[in-house]
Design a protein around this ligand. Structure first.
Ligand SMILES: Cc1cc2nc3c(=O)[nH]c(=O)nc-3n(C[C@H](O)[C@H](O)[C@H](O)COP(=O)(O)OP(=O)(O)OC[C@H]3O[C@@H](n4cnc5c(N)ncnc54)[C@H](O)[C@@H]3O)c2cc1C
Length: 388
């Protein structure tokens, strides 16, 4: 027997995945008057333990505020971003003052963001079914039917007008994939002087190194080549701190470091983020290198627009008209962020002499040209809406 997830299945969305993207979509749909149920393979609230740190743009803050989530997130403001390259000339500073915003962005523990979203789901009485592993979807008449791994325990298939895949990965063989041969090594670090509101992005031959202010300490996102990962993880804390200091230079003096975790880095992009009665969001639509901290920020803009397209008084929120208008509205921003992130990784992750000079000149040019700084900064904060 097939159960609908709501009295009016043509206005109901089944969200597969209760990570930050899936939870945000449920809230954005709720705001648009569209019913949603979240199905997650893991126990409820598992996302609260995500050890990563997220840099959220000022634009993302506005979205999370609109959804009533922002105030519950513990975040540290970024008022200046300092960009430089190891062993080369050129650096630039982007500031919130210059752009007339209170902050360029914020740093928050991914677990804190997940906790705030989860609490808001509860407050809005949005249904979440945990320990529900969705194994496939089939399109039937004017609905989509989801099947679960263990039908006996997880119940019968469920029908909705639309399945929104937010399962955090892309298994589709037709997806574009570029393995960067790099891993992100993340940890927390302390310095002699407490962190303030400056974030550092430093490009090294191994890959980018980001230092994000978090409370009085720093969140470190250190990109390392695949063959250097195990030796780096094996270093004792003192040796690791010395390595960090060598890569970062003398702008800050590292004094302590927390446990390290790592993530393999690749670009994965689905050929299309929509199909009949299905849509893919967050890392299930595109998985990006964290170099510019754009993954979840892009997902938030996608989600906000998707909810707007599915709401807007539509009788059938899984119709191809709704999905087509969403795909068209998001084409430019998605392509721009994916292309920009990929370009940054490839341009800046090497020690080729001529490229190093060109990068230095590029950074100097941005530093000397306020309009270039404004364009870059607004693009990072608001996506394609920042294009003239
Ligand atoms: C090191 C690193 C640093 C990053 N830094 C930033 C940053 O600074 N700023 C930024 O914007 N982004 C950043 N990102 C990207 C950001 O972390 C991701 O965009 C975001 O976490 C993706 O969330 P998601 O909900 O799409 O996926 P996930 O968090 O992976 O959630 C997927 C959920 O789906 C569930 N699931 C999976 N399969 C099924 C199934 N079959 N049935 C039911 N449920 C299922 C899982 O249990 C999980 O709960 C970073 C990424 C990395 C690796």
């Amino acid at each position: 027997m097939v159960q609908g997830i709501d009295a009016s299945p043509r206005r109901a969305v089944a969200i597969v995945g209760g990570g930050p993207a899936g939870m945000t979509l449920a809230l954005a749909l709720h705001q648009q008057g569209v019913a949603a149920t979240v199905f997650d393979a893991r126990p409820r609230a598992a996302a609260r333990n995500d050890p990563r740190v997220l840099a959220l743009s000022y634009g993302s803050r506005l979205i999370l505020e609109e959804l009533g989530v922002w105030n519950a997130i513990q975040a540290t403001s970024i008022k200046t971003i300092h960009v430089s390259q190891q062993g080369g000339l050129g650096r630039t500073r982007l500031t919130a003052d210059e752009q007339g915003v209170p902050a360029l962005g914020y740093v928050a523990a991914a677990g804190s963001v997940a906790t705030a979203l989860d609490q808001r789901l509860d407050a809005c009485q949005i249904a979440v079914r945990d320990n529900c592993h969705v194994i496939r979807a089939e399109v039937v008449a004017d609905a989509v039917r989801l099947h679960f791994a263990d039908a006996q325990n997880h119940g019968q298939p469920v029908e909705a007008a639309l399945a929104a895949w937010a399962e955090g990965s892309i298994a589709d063989a037709s997806a574009t994939v570029r393995d960067y041969g790099q891993h992100a090594l993340i940890c927390r670090a302390e310095t002699a002087a407490p962190a303030s509101t400056i974030a550092y992005e430093r490009f090294t031959a191994q890959g980018p190194l980001a230092l994000l202010p978090m409370d009085k300490a720093w969140a470190v996102v250190f990109t390392v080549a695949a063959d250097a990962l195990q030796p780096m993880l094996a270093l004792d804390d003192q040796a690791f701190l010395a390595r960090l200091q060598t890569h970062f230079g003398s702008r800050v003096e590292f004094t302590g470091v927390g446990p390290r975790a790592s993530y393999p880095l690749a670009l994965r992009v689905r050929r299309s983020a929509v199909a009949e009665r299905q849509v893919w969001i967050g890392n299930a639509a595109q998985t990006l290198h964290p170099v510019a901290g754009q993954g979840f920020n892009l997902a938030l803009r996608d989600i906000f627009e998707l909810a707007r397209c599915l709401g807007s008084g539509r009788e059938d929120c899984g119709s191809s008209a709704a999905l087509d208008s969403y795909a068209a509205a998001r084409r430019l921003d998605r392509a721009g962020v994916i292309g920009f992130t990929d370009l940054l990784v490839r341009l800046f992750s090497n020690d080729c002499g001529p490229l190093q000079h060109a990068r230095g000149l590029g950074l100097m040019a941005i530093d000397l040209l306020p309009p270039a700084r404004t364009l870059l900064t607004k693009r990072m904060m608001f996506g394609a809406r920042a294009w003239p």
